[in-house]
Design a protein around this ligand. Structure first.
Ligand SMILES: Cc1cc2nc3c(=O)[nH]c(=O)nc-3n(C[C@H](O)[C@H](O)[C@H](O)COP(=O)(O)OP(=O)(O)OC[C@H]3O[C@@H](n4cnc5c(N)ncnc54)[C@H](O)[C@@H]3O)c2cc1C
Ligand code: SF4
Length: 318
């Protein structure tokens, strides 16, 4: 690993001031340290965010809850209020990695984590995402890759939390220099849809401060299929959320994870009705196949995505 300076931030302002064109923020370090060991990133300064007071707070005092960027994934999974009010969020957190990872990894780091594509993570390869000229996965081992992409890189976004936060209409507060950005999850990832070099829309020095989650959607769920039951990423994940008042549905949203460089919205006019029949759920799930562009080795993801959409919608409406 290349030598680097280590700096402890005491405030969000302090972290921004410490930031340089070659520095990186450190939260739990699960992703960043791995990348540094493999020389995928070699910052000149690492700025520890864990020393910033209050960034680990969960504020439930209003109808829109605020979770600080340093809240750990374990805390999200076990927090009683989250389990009761936003069950899909707790379910998504409890599926991340392993207990050891969840105890250390943070909300901010989970949203800002980089591609898990094995070509990107190989220290000796320089694929498109690392500034090279080739996507090795397109004609190579693409079993874990995207079914949908707006650019030649087919590495999917794998953050569990991004998928459920998209379904819950969460917004992310980001400090960019002296300004504050309030981004939807779609906006937080939109650059990755268009630009093979991007993992998300964060610019150098952007700091995720907290995430705002409206609690109006009183039903939510998160499901995933993985090869292993622990210590593994989702092959495909699915989050669904909606508001049920007196048996009438509103604002149902469904997102898929690990199939696109952003959480992928399952769009259908059938989601806009106030009732969701079994036939409607079936049509929504079926519609995914015609939009997907499977590669040599990842076509198996289509029926998994369809099954997860069926199960997630059945779970929230029953
Ligand atoms: C074996 C294994 C299995 C895993 N399985 C899953 C899984 O199933 N689902 C899943 O979602 N994830 C999974 N992960 C990924 C893991 O959840 C992330 O690596 C972790 O959440 C990153 O959080 P961190 O706090 O350690 O971030 P760090 O490693 O500290 O940071 C990650 C990135 O985010 C940046 N960053 C950190 N905090 C901020 C901030 N506040 N603002 C701006 N940038 C910031 C850092 O500079 C870095 O680029 C797995 C990881 C491993 C090793
Ligand atoms: S999918 Fe993206 S990260 Fe993977 S080899 Fe292709 S360009 Fe690189």
């Amino acid at each position: 690993m290349k030598n680097f300076e280590y700096a402890r931030a005491r405030s969000v302002d302090g972290a921004i001031q410490l930031s340089t064109s070659e520095s990186r923020f450190l939260a739990g370090g699960i992703d960043l340290v791995g990348e540094m060991k493999e020389y995928i990133v070699s910052p000149n300064r690492v700025i520890d965010l864990k020393t910033i007071p209050d960034l680990d707070r969960i504020d439930t005092s209003s109808g829109t809850w605020k979770l600080g960027a340093n809240v750990t994934i374990a805390e999200i999974a076990k927090n009683r209020q989250i389990i009761a009010t936003l069950p899909g969020l707790a379910e998504a957190a409890s599926e991340v990695g392993s207990p050891q990872i969840r105890n250390v990894a943070t909300l901010g780091g989970n949203l800002a984590q980089h591609s898990r594509c094995w070509y990107y993570r190989h220290r000796d390869l320089r694929c498109l995402k690392r500034g090279g000229s080739t996507c090795y996965a397109r004609e190579g081992e693409n079993k874990y890759h995207s079914l949908f992409s707006g650019n030649p890189c087919i590495s999917p976004a794998v953050s569990n939390l991004a998928v459920i936060l998209a379904a819950l209409d969460a917004r992310v507060n980001v400090r960019r220099g002296d300004t504050e950005q309030n981004l939807t999850i779609g906006e937080l990832y939109s650059d990755a849809w268009n630009n093979p070099l991007a993992h998300n829309s964060l610019q150098q020095g952007d700091l995720i401060v907290d995430v705002e989650i409206p609690t109006q959607k009183n039903r939510s769920t998160y499901l995933q299929v993985s090869e292993k039951s622990e210590f593994d990423w989702a092959l495909v994940s699915c989050a669904a959320a909606g508001r049920n008042t007196g048996g009438h549905w509103a604002d149902i949203t469904v997102f898929l994870g690990a199939v696109a460089p952003t959480p992928y919205r399952v769009d259908s006019p059938l989601l806009e009705g106030s009732e969701l029949s079994k036939d409607a759920i079936e049509s929504i799930a079926e519609s995914i196949a015609s939009k997907a562009t499977p590669l040599t080795h990842n076509g198996y993801k289509v029926p998994i995505a369809q099954a997860l959409v069926r199960r997630a919608l059945a779970r929230i409406v029953t």
